[in-house]
Design a protein around this ligand. Structure first.
Ligand SMILES: C[S@@+](CC[C@H](N)C(=O)[O-])C[C@H]1O[C@@H](n2cnc3c(N)ncnc32)[C@H](O)[C@@H]1O
Length: 288
């Protein structure tokens, strides 16, 4: 049986040979999962050997990863904005870009804190990360989180309970804003926005994620446009909408939004790669 230090090296080498980026980090995370210890601890036991059970477990996890199953599905969890979320096949893995939506909503929520309770709707909640973060950080917020996928609903429910926000996050099964029965101050969504013909060109790991979490139709905007139309009847006159988008969608989405909400103030924010990523529409009483 090899010592832990050698096992890390071998795991790293196998992942690297398969062309997996961040192979060293992934090797460490697989070992961390097998040994059930924090990552820094694996370096304290370099000379220790894995038990046969641990070695078998590692082999199984490594095989799954070499078949390009996403690491987060193998580990069973992923962090979003400091909140640990259960994830698994059937739900979209939270992405770092989506933390920008959380940040923007927290800023808006804090600016409006003096106005008392804030009602928020998140359409397409997936594993629940956006809604859970908003409930944790905005004590005056009540959040409706909608979702169509049964598997995602189950995972979101687990996460909402795990973070003990079930009193302020109401999970609703249904299409976008249809199940939301009261006007809201803030609509936030990271909906499917990838143009359908681009999906086959994405990394194999991404293609293991649910199609209904990715596919936004011919130009990627089908679902977002429906959300905009539904918002006409659900967003308060002083409301705000915050959406994650593909950089190519900033211009057409702005035009569509202004056609429906003339006078709205629209801004586009960039992600860490300087790509247009967050669409923000503030009504400020300027709409129908
Ligand atoms: C891109 S994923 C994002 C999930 C989560 N908000 C996140 O950021 O990790 C989009 C989610 O929207 C859900 N979805 C797609 N169409 C929907 C619809 N018409 N109504 C409600 N949810 C929908 C998908 O099932 C998926 O969970």
């Amino acid at each position: 049986m090899a010592a832990l230090g050698d096992t890390i090296q071998q795991t790293h080498a196998s992942l690297e040979a398969a062309g997996i980026p961040d192979a060293r980090l992934e090797a460490e995370l697989l070992l961390t999962s097998v040994l059930n210890v924090p990552r820094h601890r694996i370096y304290a036991f370099q000379e220790q050997e894995l038990t046969p059970e641990e070695a078998n477990l590692l082999e199984g996890l490594l095989e799954r990863r070499l078949r390009r199953e996403p690491l987060a599905y193998i580990l069973g969890h992923k962090e979003m904005y400091g909140v640990d979320l259960t994830v698994g096949p059937g739900v979209m893995i939270p992405r770092p870009e989506t933390e920008l939506l959380v940040e923007r909503c927290l800023f808006l929520g804090m600016m409006r804190m003096h106005e008392g309770e804030m009602v928020i709707a998140e359409a397409g909640t997936g594993s629940g990360g956006i809604s859970i973060n908003l409930a944790i950080h905005l004590p005056a917020a009540r959040v409706y989180a909608t979702e169509l996928s049964e598997e995602a609903l189950k995972i979101a429910e687990t996460n909402i309970r795990m973070h003990n926000v079930q009193d302020r996050v109401t999970l609703l099964r249904g299409d976008l804003l249809v199940p939301v029965t009261e006007p809201v101050d803030l609509i936030v969504a990271n909906l499917p926005y990838i143009p359908a013909d681009r999906i086959a060109t994405l990394q194999p790991e991404v293609q293991r994620e649910p199609r209904e979490a990715l596919d936004g139709g011919p130009d990627g905007l089908d679902v977002i446009r429906r959300l905009l139309r539904q918002s006409l009847h659900k967003l308060k006159r002083t409301g705000v909408m915050v959406l994650e988008i593909d950089p190519e969608q900033a211009q057409p989405l702005t035009e569509d939004a202004l056609a429906l909400f003339p006078g709205a103030a629209i801004s586009i924010e960039q992600d860490l790669a300087s790509l247009d990523r967050v669409f923000v529409m503030e009504l400020g009483g300027a709409t129908a």
